[in-house]
Design a protein around this ligand. Sequence first.
Ligand SMILES: Nc1ncnc2c1ncn2[C@@H]1O[C@H](COP(=O)(O)OP(=O)(O)OP(=O)(O)O)[C@@H](O)[C@H]1O
Ligand SMILES: [Mg+2]
Length: 248
Amino acid sequence: MFSSDDKIKKEEEKLKESQKVFGYVFDNTTLLNIYKFFHNGYLERFEFPIASGKESIVFAASKGNKFFAVKIYKVTASNFKNIREYAASRWGIGKISSKRKLMNEWAFREFENLKNAYEAGVTVPRPIKVYGNVVQMQYIGTKTRPAIQLKDIEPSQQIVEQIIGDIRKLYLKGKLVHGDISEYNFLYYRGKAYMIDIAQAISNDDPYSLILLKRDLNNIIRFLNKFGYSLNIDSVIKYVKGEIDAFR
Ligand SMILES: Nc1ncnc2c1ncn2[C@@H]1O[C@H](COP(=O)(O)OP(=O)(O)OP(=O)(O)O)[C@@H](O)[C@H]1O
Ligand SMILES: [Mg+2]
């Protein structure tokens, strides 16, 4: 047999193996979306699960010796009602009745917002590809251990400046407000904080965005100030909106 046939056979076997496991967890369309990453050469294998939340499951996967993160939005998400209400009020999508369509939209937003943030110079995982409800992005961590969350470190002055600076870049260049900023939605790795979980971000010209921005900044300042920083919400807001050039 030719070596390329061997390779294909091996790949098919690998895929079958992962289907055995994933078949219990995911519906057929999700499996098909996962399959597209393999078939189109984006991924070769799943490495290990990283996290499982209400709306998604995140895996480490690889191609050759390169690792990626794969975020799979659950079509069976239990908080579908909240997401639908959010979609209706924020995106004006009143009539998405199918969960699948909504989770696809959610994954697509994650991908687009990551792209936008990345291009604005924000430290986020670089987005790679989206198929349906599955998003591939840069993996943050080592081959044995994914990055930890910001909540598990004592943030340095430099980290404080990077985080506030990134929220500002996202606002001024990316024209977005994250909307779910907290010490859980930054990953800490090699001296940098990576902003994640950005699907729900909204445009900074949305009338609701200022309320979200204040909530985001309150959340992160509450966390950072535990470590003796005395960040002031009013000046940080002005800084993020570009009204002043330094936040203290
Ligand atoms: N690019 C990445 N590299 C490494 N780990 C990641 C990456 N993206 C996400 N993770 C891990 O997966 C977890 C969940 O990711 P994320 O916050 O985006 O999903 P979520 O479904 O919104 O979760 P939650 O509901 O808990 O906020 C993160 O806390 C992190 O541990
Ligand atoms: Mg999260």
